[in-house]
Design a protein around this ligand. Structure first.
Ligand code: HEM
Length: 451
């Protein structure tokens, strides 16, 4: 079969602008309309072109072939500018060594310890809410996941005041990274105050982390946290281990890659539950039986079966990493298509997760599709909330553990109610989030009187 030099172009491109307006006004509907036009569809964003991958099979080829479909080119130069050359943003040439050195931090033996930290913070946050309080859900979940990230990384190495400063600085850095990604380079110089705050936060965070690294290198104790594994990585082989700069970049990466996506997944989960009282009731029955009002712990996970399926179905409908770009490092082929070097390819978990031939009634929230014994259990091939292949999320188990424990504890104590006349639309930024999602916290047991 001869290689085609072109993939079809999505309809509706305007002169100069291309598909920019569709991408700005309703990017998700635009994305899900693309498979009608082929398995690989060209879109134009002003002068830039990208190919959107529209079948799970081709997406898999892209994901599994990370040497050719690499994290290089302008998009990744910019990501590296913002948060260094850590595991998520480094190119293939530097990836294998880093992944090998970082992997022990995610060894199954570490999880009971991480889960203890999760349980503690989830209990604290859910206990701090007041009956009837209106919660700004995304920041609330961010505070939770960021706290968990800090403590699982450094354990108790930070005094409470320093911990608060680290959380504030991480927040500044996270929002700064998004602004830097969406504002093109010449214009971001205009964001003077924001840039200064970003730079100051980065310096402060670097100082704090460097202090902890030096202290740990001197005293050499394994505290069971992520930092300990990064510090000892490679010591027992010919590997040189990670330098202090590399450790700092990994710590930043874990913050960025870990806190925001898990927080948004949780926000979407509580939003979906509020709109599906039948599922919510079943979840309440499950957590009442398993937890009896206590906070969920690691050993409860196997019994929190529905909570786990709610998390999976949420990640299907609203995958926080909704687009995963790659750049062809050399001329290559994808399916029947010829791909010249430098082509930007975009795999979209959002698009694939809404394919009706893979997920009947894809817009329906149905955690039962994931139940054992379900007739049409979705194929794992078309489910890529954590990507696939060598660049698959290293924190997938961490995220699923955290989200399931948080959702179960929350459901054991609270019911989050949507405010009347709220219309929530998914807002794509680096992460897909429900903008301005405000919900009323109703203590379980008292909520029936409120309706
Ligand atoms: C629901 C939560 C999460 C989702 C949906 C998610 C999703 C993803 C996705 C899609 C990728 C691949 C990105 C790409 O191919 O361009 C990725 C990579 C990564 N994630 Fe996650 N993630 C989550 C939570 C976490 C957590 C909790 C951590 C850390 C504790 C983490 C650390 C990373 C790292 C380090 C990478 C880069 C892996 C590599 O290239 O080797 N993520 N994540």
């Amino acid at each position: 079969m001869g290689a085609k030099s072109t993939a079809g172009t999505a309809p509706g491109a305007l002169p100069l602008l291309g598909h920019t307006l569709s991408l700005l006004s309703d990017p998700l509907s635009f994305l899900t309309s693309l498979p009608e036009h082929g398995d690989l569809v060209r879109i134009r964003i002003g002068p830039l072109q990208a190919m959107v991958v529209c079948t799970p099979e081709l997406a898999r080829q892209v994901m599994l072939n990370d040497r050719i479909f690499d994290k290089v080119g302008p998009i990744f130069d910019r990501a590296r500018d913002a948060f260094g050359d850590g595991l998520a943003s480094c190119p293939h040439s530097r990836h294998r060594r880093q992944r090998r050195l970082v992997q022990p931090a995610f060894h199954p033996a570490r999880f009971p310890g991480y889960a203890q930290v999760m349980t503690k913070h989830i209990a604290e946050v859910t206990e701090s809410w007041q009956h009837g309080q209106i919660l700004d859900v995304v920041p609330e979940m961010m505070a939770l996941t960021a706290r968990i990230a800090v403590e699982t990384m450094f354990s108790d190495a930070l005094a409470p005041a320093v911990l608060q400063a680290v959380l504030d600085d991480s927040d500044t850095i996270l929002s700064g990274i998004y602004i830097r990604t969406v504002v093109p380079p010449p214009l971001d110089k205009l964001l003077i105050t924001r840039n200064r705050r970003f730079a100051r936060a980065r310096v402060r965070l670097r100082e704090v982390i460097s202090g902890v690294i030096t202290d740990r290198r001197t005293h050499g104790a394994d505290r069971g946290d992520l930092l300990s594994t990064l510090l000892t990585a490679g010591d027992s082989s010919e590997d040189q281990g990670l330098s202090d700069v590399e450790i700092f970049d990994q710590v930043m990466t874990f913050f960025v890659a870990g806190s925001e996506s898990t927080a948004n997944a949780l926000a979407w989960a509580v939003y979906l539950l509020a709109g599906h009282p039948d599922v919510e009731r079943q979840l309440h029955a499950e957590v009442d039986a398993v937890l009896g009002g206590a906070a969920a712990r690691f050993e409860d996970l196997p019994k929190l079966e529905l909570a786990g399926r709610v998390v999976l179905e949420t990640l299907r409908m609203y995958p926080p990493g909704w687009t995963l770009p790659r750049t062809a490092a050399t001329d290559t082929r994808l399916g029947e298509h010829f791909i010249p070097a430098g082509t930007i390819l975009v795999c979209s978990p959002y698009l694939l997760h809404r394919l009706p031939d893979r997920y009947p009634e894809p817009d329906r929230f149905d955690p039962d599709r994931w139940a054992d014994g379900h007739d049409a259990l979705p194929s794992r091939e078309a489910f890529i909330p954590f990507a696939a292949g060598a660049r698959k999320c290293i924190g997938d188990t961490f995220a699923l553990t955290e989200a399931t424990l948080a959702l179960a504890t929350l459901a054991a104590r609270w019911r989050l109610q949507l405010l009347p006349s709220q219309h929530i639309r998914p807002t794509p930024s680096v992460v897909l989030h429900p903008r301005s999602l405000r919900m009323r916290a109703i203590q379980r047991g008292e909520w029936r009187n409120e309706l």
